[in-house]
Design a protein around this ligand. Structure first.
Ligand code: MTE
Ligand code: HPA
Ligand code: MOS
Length: 767
């Protein structure tokens, strides 16, 4: 219980007392909204009949595209995301109408009676077909360095192949939710489960046709986002706001799990071709890949995601010649979106497949190829960034040592020899993950800190807490900077009127950016207080005759654990006393802080620069066990060495690593999105979409943090942690493939997730 006593917010989650949007008490006048989706994947001449729905209850209203008071559009890159479909539709379950009623049951009943039809058109679901048809959302992307043709001309081995990686449903605990309250004078207040309060605010203002200043968006602690609420929380808030504007009453919209699964975007499925050149000594000399990103029906965040794929196309390896191309292929599926890793896992997977293939061809053991080609200090990446403070080899070597890899290999070989019906395989996945938004502009954040007259401190930032522990890190940074005990500090909900023009909490930068903004604001208040303290007799500077030495006396004062110190020794004044005196002396006890990540430069024309503030490194070993008769796979054990910098809170970071690993394992082994030929999602329930559960995760997991790992590039020497450990899960795919190959000699296939069905196909020779 110690952990939760020190972290009261974990206790809220643990006891189920966190208040999600649907838990917020609401006024009796509240209307409930339920969206109605299109019934096919593509069509035009949309016709929506609402009479039967209206007959359900006098409270029922049905809103259509023509009822949107402002612009019926949310697309940011292109006008490709109407709030309500108007005439045509591009994916199944695209919202065509919004039903409002006095309670959710009535609204659902009425929604079921809305009749939707029109002229269906044949949908395109396959990204390679969309590519062949020339249906790309934006221009192709390309990154290149070195002479790839020469690398292939001179290669001893060329490993070539094709990779499929599936999408992934976020399954956040709290589905997409919002409440909109119409306020006086045409203002709108919205509570939204959004990772991007300012983005949601702009979307609401746009559909209402009002200035952004007339809309306030608030986000409390989310029941998970995982990227699914970076861009895609906005439509639901905007729909609620339109309902509230039209009726003049507060409107709540909480998606049912099924609607959430059918209507919202997920991780992008990719289909990719790879080709790797290797010399006789096992050095990788070139890599070429083409990524056909299944972008779905609208741009959403696809471009930023594809560019992160290209940046991470060679994983944690040093490759002198690289040529990678990416296509955003438009299909008639819900617009795919951000999901933990943001395109990077889709880049790591083909690279790792290429290494497996290169090992099969050359006979050089996989781990030798990997170890020989890890990034080293000073390596210049294919995007022109020198890897300073590179920790790829450090984390790898420590893992190989710590898990006694050579013995483990022998044990597994012996196990496989001794067992006919059980086979094991092992794989190490090295990780190098760039931290910063790939879009330069987005690397900024603000904070507002108030010290109250009783000495308690409130910190507000633009960051959103969604379970990742960002608030905890901000709290620690504020308490340390002000020199007060942690229990004096609280972190506020996120509100657009408190900190404006903020970026989504994403790209793992939440604590890096918002924590720094808070730290800067706290420093300003601390410096004011110390300068004031220097003038007080309690500080003892006058008696020592030092007041006259001019200006610098404040340097001898500091704040720690709620006490004012002089030369490190307590004075008679404590924090509360100092704050009280400062208030009486009319000193401002509030400050705004702003942080923009320094030293980022990137030229999109030449594809060269320093797009990341730093990289996170690590390596994960996974042992998989195959039941040869049942074709089932289970994780036997996992061992991770993670570069977390100097962790602000190791328990929070450990939780992030475990959670990200679970999702990475789910993506690699279990989670399968099945779309029917008509574009409908067949896996739209938690009984048909297989998630990692407690039984699946029940294996020995050892996580060790790299020591001496201080990171000068981020807050308090720490490193971002949210997304990089997702990539560790990929080790399970290849470890499982090794186990399969131990059962039946053959060459690996690269079609993720590696489900039991695919394993069976391999075992019986169908793959
Ligand atoms: N952890 C929890 N519990 N819930 C979440 O929604 N989102 C992940 C990660 N960890 C998420 C999470 C994603 S996709 C990102 S980008 C980061 O947290 C965002 O938070 P951070 O930047 O503060 O790490
Ligand atoms: N990561 C997450 N979200 C983003 C990014 C990114 O790199 N760029 C734009 N949105
Ligand atoms: Mo995370 S996918 O950047 O929200």
């Amino acid at each position: 219980m110690k952990a939760t006593a020190e972290r009261p917010e974990s206790l809220l989650n643990l006891t189920g007392s966190t208040r999600y949007v649907d838990d917020i008490p609401t006024p009796a006048s509240l209307l409930h909204a339920v969206p109605v989706g299109s019934t096919s994947a593509r069509g035009h001449q949309l016709n929506v009949e609402i009479e039967a729905a209206l007959a359900v209850d006098p409270s029922v209203r049905v809103l259509l595209a023509r009822d949107v008071p402002g612009e019926n559009q949310l697309g940011l890159v292109a006008d490709d995301e109407p709030l309500l479909a108007d005439g045509e539709w591009d994916f199944k379950a695209q919202v065509v109408a919004l039903v409002l009623a006095k309670d959710r049951r009535t609204a659902r009943k009425a929604a079921a009676r809305v009749k939707v039809d029109g002229e269906d058109m044949p949908p395109v679901l396959d990204p390679r077909i969309a590519f062949t048809n020339g249906d790309l959302i934006l221009k192709p992307m390309h990154q290149e360095a070195g002479d790839v043709e020469a690398a292939f001309r001179t290669a001893r081995w060329i490993a070539e192949g094709r990779c499929e990686s599936d999408g992934q449903e976020h399954v956040y605990l709290e589905t997409q939710s919002a409440i909109a309250y119409p306020e006086e004078g045409g203002r709108m207040r919205v509570i939204s489960s959004t990772q991007s309060p300012s983005g949601t605010q702009r979307a609401v203002a746009r559909v209402l046709g009002v200035p952004v200043s007339q809309v306030e968006v608030e986000a409390g602690r989310l029941g998970g986002g995982f990227g699914g609420k970076e861009d895609q929380a906005s439509p639901w808030a905007a729909l609620a706001a339109v309902g509230a504007r039209v009726t003049g009453l507060p409107v709540k919209l909480v998606l049912s799990r099924g609607d959430d699964m059918r209507m919202t975007g997920k991780r992008h499925p990719y289909s990719s071709d790879f080709k790797l050149a290797m010399d006789a000594a096992g050095h990788i000399t070139g890599y070429q890949a083409t990524y056909y990103q299944n972008s779905g029906a609208a741009a959403d965040l696809s471009a930023a995601i594809l560019s992160r794929t290209l940046f991470h196309s060679v994983g944690a390896y040093k490759v002198p010649a690289v040529k990678v191309d990416g296509y955003m292929c438009r299909t008639n599926l819900p617009p795919f979106t951000a999901y933990r890793g943001f395109g990077a896992p889709q880049g790591f997977f083909p690279m790792e497949a290429a290494i497996m293939k290169a090992s099969e061809l050359s006979g050089i053991p996989v781990h030798e190829i990997q170890a020989r080609n890890l990034l080293t200090e000073g390596t210049v990446t294919h995007y022109g960034m020198p890897m300073n403070d590179c920790r790829a080899e450090r984390t790898w070597d420590r893992l190989v040592d710590s898990c006694d890899y050579s013995n483990l290999k022998k044990e597994i070989a012996a196990f496989n020899k001794a067992n006919r019906l059980k086979k094991r395989g092992v794989w190490i996945q090295p990780v190098c993950f760039g931290i910063s938004f790939t879009k330069l502009m987005m690397n900024q954040g603000g904070a507002l800190v108030h010290v109250y007259t009783d000495g308690s401190v409130s910190v507000a930032t633009g960051g959103v807490e969604m379970g990742q522990g960002m608030n905890r890190k901000i709290l620690v940074a504020a308490a340390r900077t002000l020199g007060v005990p942690e229990d004096r500090v609280s972190v506020e909900k996120t509100r657009t009127s408190t900190v404006a023009n903020t970026m989504p909490t994403a790209a793992s930068t939440g604590a890096d950016i918002n924590g720094m903004a808070a730290l800067i604001a706290c420093k300003e208040i601390r410096d004011r207080l110390l300068a004031f303290a220097a003038t007080l007799p309690d500080a003892g500077l006058q008696t020592a005759g030092l007041q006259a030495t001019g200006g610098k006396t404040g340097d001898r004062l500091s704040l720690k654990d709620g006490l004012l110190l002089r030369d490190g020794q307590p004075t008679s004044l404590d924090w509360n006393g100092l704050v009280d005196k400062a208030h009486v002396a009319r000193i401002d006890l509030s400050a705004h802080g702003f942080y923009a990540t320094p030293d980022l430069v990137y030229d999109f024309r030449t594809q060269r620069g320093t797009p990341f503030a730093y990289h996170v490194y690590g390596a994960a070993l996974v042992v998989m066990e195959l039941d040869v008769v049942r074709a089932t796979l289970k994780v036997e054990r996992a061992h991770i060495i993670h570069d977390g910098g100097v962790s602000i809170d190791p328990l929070v970071d450990l939780g992030q690593i475990e959670g990200a690993l679970a999702q990475g394992l789910g993506w690699s082994l279990l989670e399968e999105l099945r779309f029917g030929a008509d574009g409908s999602l067949l896996t739209d329930t938690l009984s048909t979409y297989k998630l990692p559960d407690l039984r699946f995760m029940d294996f020995p997991l050892k996580v060790e943090f790299l020591d001496n790992a201080e990171n000068p590039k981020a807050i308090l020497g720490s490193k971002a942690v949210g997304e990089p450990p997702f990539v560790y899960g990929i080790a399970a795919y290849f470890a499982a493939m090794e186990a399969l190959k131990a059962a039946r000699a053959g060459s690996g296939f690269y079609d993720l997730p590696l489900t039991a069905e695919k394993a069976l196909d391999y075992l019986v020779g169908r793959r």
